[in-house]
Design a binder for this molecule. Structure first.
Ligand code: MAN
Ligand code: CA
Length: 258
């Protein structure tokens, strides 16, 4: 028996210790083997991870570029909208100003219209007071004296004209005033061709007996004279003579008399 055998017998644990130690001594070697396998299997994963990172970076970069472009567009639109809003605000305040101006001029016009309406009703009253109505016409008998042309001018300035007598009834209506007045009848343009001031020829005539006689070859205007016979009242006399006159208007409004 040698010393080693003695030692094995004396402390059998030592043997097992030595086996244990050997086992321990072998362990690092076995770990290195398994690590080598791990490195070999981790490489593709790392490559994949790298690729993923690159892909992610590319996606992030792309998104960032897109985002920046969109932000730029939005910013431009925001600026445009702001400019448009300012323009609209300006236009709105201009319109508000104009509306106020129009409102005030409308008020002025309304006041003027009301004043004119009052004036008009005054005129109507005056007109009805001073002008006599017969049928569909209004008549005014002037006592002042003027030539035939001046008398006619006076009527025309009032929106009327010298009277035109179209019927026996109208003749009778005028006769009632029994005044020496011009009527709107003349043959100044063509001797013997008697025409009313509206250029119409005589439809019915109420001349005095023996008239018209164109005395002295100078009687071209007709006057309504104060005779006893209602239906024989007209005479021709020189147009330059002065007489009263009768204006006739078919319009309801005639300018205020002086
Ligand atoms: C007389 C007549 C009329 C004439 C007048 C003129 O009355 O001769 O025919 O028109 O005078 O004033
Ligand atoms: Ca005459």
């Amino acid at each position: 028996m040698n010393i080693e055998d003695i030692e094995k017998r004396a402390s059998p644990t030592k043997v097992s210790d030595s086996v244990y130690l050997n086992t321990l001594a072998q362990k690092p070697g076995s770990e290195a083997v398994s690590e080598g396998r791990q490195v070999r299997s981790g490489r593709p994963a790392a490559v994949c991870l790298g690729l993923l990172c690159v892909l992610l970076l590319a996606v992030i970069t792309g998104l960032s570029v897109t985002h920046n472009a969109e932000r730029e567009q939005l910013w431009n639109r925001y600026n445009n909208v702001t400019v448009e809003r300012d323009q609209l605000l300006d236009a709105n305040s201009n319109l508000t100003l104009e509306r106020k101006k129009l409102q005030s001029s409308c008020e002025v016009l309304t006041r003027e219209r009301d004043a004119l309406r009052r004036n008009l009703s005054d005129y109507e009253r005056l007109f009805l007071q001073e002008w006599k109505q017969f049928g569909s016409s209004y008549y005014y008998f002037f006592n002042k004296e003027k030539s035939w042309s001046a008398a006619r001018q006076d009527c025309r300035e009032r929106g009327a004209d010298l009277v035109i007598i179209n019927s026996r009834e109208e003749q009778e209506f005028i006769k009632k005033e029994n005044k020496y007045v011009w009527i709107g009848l003349s043959d100044a343009k063509s001797e013997g061709q008697w025409k009313w001031v509206d250029e119409s020829p005589l439809s019915t005539a109420f001349w005095r007996s023996g008239e018209p006689n164109n005395a002295n070859g100078d009687e071209n205007c007709a006057v309504f004279s104060t005779t006893a016979d209602t239906l024989k009242a007209w005479n021709d006399i020189p147009c330059s003579y002065e007489a009263g006159w009768i204006c006739e208007s078919t319009q309801p409004y005639v300018r205020r008399l002086q």
